[in-house]
Design a protein around this ligand. Sequence first.
Ligand code: NAD
Ligand code: UGA
Length: 428
Amino acid sequence: MINIAVIGAGYVGLTTASCFASMGHRVVCADIDQDRIAALNEGQVPIVEAGLSELVRSGLEGGLLTFVVGAAAAVADCEFAYLCVPTPQGPDGSADLSYIRSVAAEIGPLLPTEAVVVNKSTVPVGSTRVVEEVLGRDDIKVVSNPEFLREGSAVHDFLNPDRVVIGSADQAAAFRVASLFDPLRAHLLITDPASAETIKYASNAFLAAKVSFVNAIANVCEAVGADVSDVIMGMSYDRRIGSEFMKPGPGFGGSCFPKDTTALIRIAEDAGYDFGLLRGVIEVNVAQFERVVEKVEAAAGGSVDGITIAAWGLAFKARTDDLRMSPALEVIGRLRARGARVQAYDPAVGPRPADHALDGIEVCADAYGACDGAAVLVVLTEWDDFRRADFTKVADLLTRPLRVVDARNLLDPAEMRRYGFQYTGIGR
Ligand code: NAD
Ligand code: UGA
C-alpha cells in the first residue's frame, strides 16, 4: 500500500485523493479550508461532481482516505505529495505560483526522506525547478503529472484517462509516479518536465481553439444562411476532425480555459514567440459573449433597458455547479449593465449570498419561476432538464410575443416555433 498526501481538496485534489484511495492507495488529503475539511470528514462533498460523494464515503469507511487541515498535517508518512492547489491568473496574465510556493515552503522541512513531490496543478514551464528550489531538499525529486479531467465527469476522467503524462528529469522518480497508475492501464507518456508542462497548456489551448473555431463558423453560417448543425455534422464525419468540442455556444469559460490560454500566450511571449493564433481564439471568445447579448437585445426589440429577461443556466457548463468564469454570468452581467432585470435558474446553483458572482441576479427555485413575467428566455447552460421543460407552461408565464434565444442550440427550433416562439439559435 502506497502512502500519498494530496494538498488541496478542490475539484482536482478531491478527485485525485478519492480516486487514488479507490485504487487501493492510502491517502491523506489536506486543505486550508477548515469548514470544507469538517464537511468532508462527515462524508459531505461540497461540489457537484458525479460519483465523487460515493468514492469519498467509501474511502472514509474503508479507512484509506482521511482529511486534515493544512498541508503540514498530511505529509509526515507520505511517499508522494501531490500539489493540487490553485494557480490563478496573475495580473500580467501568467499563472500565479504563490499557492504552490507556499505549500512547498510549508512541507519542505517535513517531507520524509526521498518522498516525491508531484505538480498536478497546471503550472508553467520551469515550475518543477521552482518547487525544487523552494523545498530546498537534495533528496526530494519533483515530478510533473498534469491533470486532464473535466468538471462534471472528473471521477470518470481520472479513472479512465486518455493518457497519463509524467515529466521528470529523474527516470527513477518518473517510474515511481507511473506505478501509482498501474491499475488504470492507461497510455503512459514519460517525458521531461518542460514537455509535460507544455502538453497541459497546449491541450487546453487546442480544445479552446476548437470551440472558438466552431463559434466563428457558426457566425459565418448566420451570414451565409447555412445551418451550423449540418455543417458540423458534415465536418465531424472526417475522422481527422472528429465530433468532440464541436458545439457552438456562448463562448468557453470555466476555471481553466480562460486562464490557461492567457498563460500560454504569456509563456510563449516570455520565450520570444508571439502566439497570435491563440490571441485570436480569445478574441473570438469575447466577441461571442457580446453576440449572445446582441441576440437577446434584438429579440427584445432593440434594447433590454427596463426589460425582464429569464436566464436558464448559471454554471459554465452542465453537470457542474462551478460559476468560475461562466459565460452565462458574462452574458447576464452585460445584459444587466444595459438595464435588464435578470431572473435566473440553474439546476445545480441555488442562491449563494456569500458568493458575489450572483449579486444583482434573482436566482429562482425552478425554471418556470425564472420565466414569470419575462420578455425573453435565454438558454445559457446546456442542462438536459431545459430540453425536457413543459413549454406550454413556459409560454403561459412569458410575456407576448414569445421569444427564446438558445445560446446552446439545445432546443429544437421547429418544436419551439410550434409552441409559438420566435426562436434564435447560434448559427442556425
Ligand atoms: P480549487 O479552487 O477547486 O481547489 C483548490 C483547493 O486548494 C481549495 O480548496 C483551496 O482551499 C486549497 N488550498 C489553497 N491553498 C492551500 C494550502 N496552502 N494548503 C492546502 N490547501 C490549499 O481548484 P481546482 O479547480 O481543483 O484546480 C487546482 C489546479 O488544478 C489548478 O492549477 C487548475 O488549473 C488545475 N486543474 C483544474 C482542473 C479542473 O477541472 N478544475 C482540471 C485540470 C487541472
Ligand atoms: C477543461 C478540459 O476539457 C480538461 O481536459 C482540462 O483538464 C480542464 O479544462 C482544466 O484544465 O481545468 P473543463 O474546464 O471542466 O475542462 O470544461 P470543458 O468541458 O472543457 O468545457 C470548457 C468550456 O468550453 C465550457 O464553457 C463549455 O461549455 C465550452 N464548450 C466545450 C463549448 O462551448 N463547446 C464544446 O463543444 C465544448
